[in-house]
Design a protein around this ligand. Structure first.
Ligand code: ADP
Length: 286
């Protein structure tokens, strides 16, 4: 289990990116959902031992992550947000190289591992192509292959589907869902559907703070009978916002679909709406 306790970080420019974050993360896929600038990458980089916190602690099983960095790195697979590749190296060569760096010195064992990984992420037929010629989705799948070398117990993927087209995103998420339940996988994303599709435990982070945590469905149920929708004209939106708690104003066929949070039916043509994780998200980040 990964245990994060009272973690805080202020950058030298004065931005307080993490404010007293506490989270308990068990085996399986954990979603860390939040808007851009919420502090997700700061948290991911800290867990991945790439930057220090000002205060607080992180433990992974017996490992004190902030102190025993080398120990954590041995069990970590990390796909960073900005994943650069060497453009004139093939996927096969690169995986072979990383596997060697990670200490897999037996040639036969390494060759078999690289082949298995390329097959797992569906890149075997593209194994000799230069990485520079890979599409966004292929690069991300390659990123997962390199993160899986060395049988990690903790995998961190930071905003992996940002910039992927819908088909690439689906393929990538399918790959993630197959990695396995017996390790901790943290998926950081601003895409609500990624969390909905993949995670049974999650937290929403906004302005450096955890604002919600739990099971996505249970969280959605907590808003049962509290979200109401109505289609209005664009020109009416400001007036509704002044008199209701509008959590989301969605463009819909030239008009605007308003989502209002209220314990009772606001009347005036509003209809009950069956709450989703998206409603939880927008109710908490504003
Ligand atoms: P997210 O991953 O959720 O988009 P980040 O952790 O990247 O959020 O950023 C959180 C806040 O910290 C933002 O206001 C960002 O501008 C700021 N920030 C991130 N990295 C640095 C840095 N190295 N130096 C200064 N400010 C930073």
């Amino acid at each position: 289990m990964l245990q994060i306790t009272n973690l805080s970080k202020t950058y030298p420019n004065g931005v307080q990116a993490l404010k007293n974050i506490s989270l308990e993360i068990s085996n399986g896929m954990f979603g860390l959902l939040g808007p851009n600038g919420a502090g997700k990458s700061s948290l991911m980089r800290t867990i991945a031992t790439l930057q220090d916190a000002d205060s607080g602690s992180i433990t992974f099983g017996e490992i004190d992550v902030l102190k025993q960095k080398e120990e954590l790195r041995k069990v970590l697979g990390y796909l960073p947000q900005e994943f650069g590749v060497y453009p004139k190296v093939s996927a096969e060569e690169m995986l072979n190289y990383i596997a060697r760096l990670k200490g897999i010195s037996n040639d036969k064992e390494r060759k078999e591992l690289v082949k298995a990984l390329l097959e797992q992420v569906n890149l075997y037929q593209h194994r000799t192509k230069y990485l520079g010629g890979y599409s966004g989705g292929m690069k991300q799948r390659f990123g997962i292959a390199q993160a899986l070398i060395g049988n990690p117990k903790l995998i961190i993927v930071d905003e992996p589907t940002a910039g992927l087209d819908p088909a690439e995103r689906l393929r990538f998420n399918n790959l993630l869902s197959e990695i396995g339940e017996n390790i901790v996988i943290i998926l950081s994303t601003h895409i609500v559907d990624d969390v909905n599709e993949l995670c049974n435990d999650m937290a929403i982070i906004a302005n450096g703070q955890v604002v919600q945590k739990g099971n996505p469905e249970t969280l959605a149920v907590s808003l049962h009978n509290k979200i109401w929708t109505k289609r209005v004209k664009k020109t009416e939106v400001a007036d509704y916002q002044a008199h209701n708690k509008v959590i989301l104003a969605k463009l819909s066929g030239g008009a605007v679909l308003l989502y209002v949070m209220s314990d009772i039916n606001p009347g005036n043509g509003f209809a009950a709406h069956s709450a989703t994780l998206e409603d939880i998200y927008f109710a908490n980040i504003n």
